[in-house]
Design a binder for this molecule. Sequence first.
Ligand code: NIG
Ligand code: FE
Length: 399
Amino acid sequence: MHDALWTNCHLATMRAGCGEIRDGALAVTGGRISWVGPRSEWPGRASEEHDARGAWITPGLIDCHTHLVYAGNRAHEFELRLKGASYEEIAASGGGILSTVAATRAASEDELFALASRRLAQWRREGAAVIEIKSGYGLDLDAELRMLRVARRLGEAITVRTTFLGAHAVPPEYRGREDDYIEFLCEEVLPAAARERLADAVDAFCERIAFSAAQTQKVFRKAKELNIPVKLHADQLSDSGGAALAAGFGALSADHLEYSSEAGVQAMARAGTVAVLLPGAYYFLREKQTPPVEALRRRGVPIALATDHNPGSSPVSSPLLVLNLACTLFRLTPEEALAGMTRHAAHALGMQASHGTLEVGKQADFALWEVQSPAELAYAIGANPCVGRVRAGTLSAGC
Ligand code: NIG
Ligand code: FE
């Protein structure tokens, strides 16, 4: 006997391609998926039945790269960029990430929690089941841990994976002493985050305006020592060899990748590192160089997508918009885009055993959509066809 059965629905299981099952049935038991298939083949009995009213059901969306916790905003820098200043120039003059650091350091845990919860509501409305949230706007012991605690607290409303991003920028008090800052991160902040079990992964920003390959490697070595998986902001503004560096550490993912070389893509393929593309940042910074999608496809590197929500380069609060941007700007197919926010995004977080597809044994986290086909999710801009969201088998009120 199964706990509950969903019928009068079409399923995009996302097992391979979209894994479409028209007129499907999906059963849930103990918060996990206990049966999936065509309704005509449903063999069992369930205590409860749900009529999905013809909706499409997909795995809950997974946003595998965000900087959701911060205070303040950077609308002023948006205006400066529209007048001709570049993202790198603004960062070099002390604005950029550091302006968000100042605002975040000044905010209490409760203030940060209230701001992030308000933002998070949009992900839930759009059928998200999992969100990854990075630190990186604290850059000192207290504020980095505060950000991660806030991220953990947000896990009551949605499944959260936290990532320690202390190596996001050099804080003002360490200006000119970058190596000392890296040492401080490795000896004090990261071990403290690990002790409190606040970091599910470790990330760094490897770029000419941030940290060198050698500094990134030092952080990654420490992460490995602490047994925490790594991921990397790689090759966003220049080819810094980030893709290959990440692959060399067996990273879960290398993210951005606009300037990654063929050799970098090859290294990722060998290491099984997922490519996380972030079309919101590409769009908002009006970048010209697109990531090497063709090479990623050719070499079979899984492509995930994420909002990269942050106040500077991607103030995007819509996973659905990202599906569309990936198709229009990076030429992904709608099917690739949806896989990028389900199956491959789960993989980018090391959660492929429990999330990302509708398969027996996986957590019953799924979304119901009033659409005619899964492709519609990537096609429409600004529409939100989500009509239901199920977390561990339980239906949330609307989307
Ligand atoms: O992913 N690239 C570095 N970090 C963020 C931007 C952070 C910011 O500008 O505040 C990103 O784009
Ligand atoms: Fe980012």
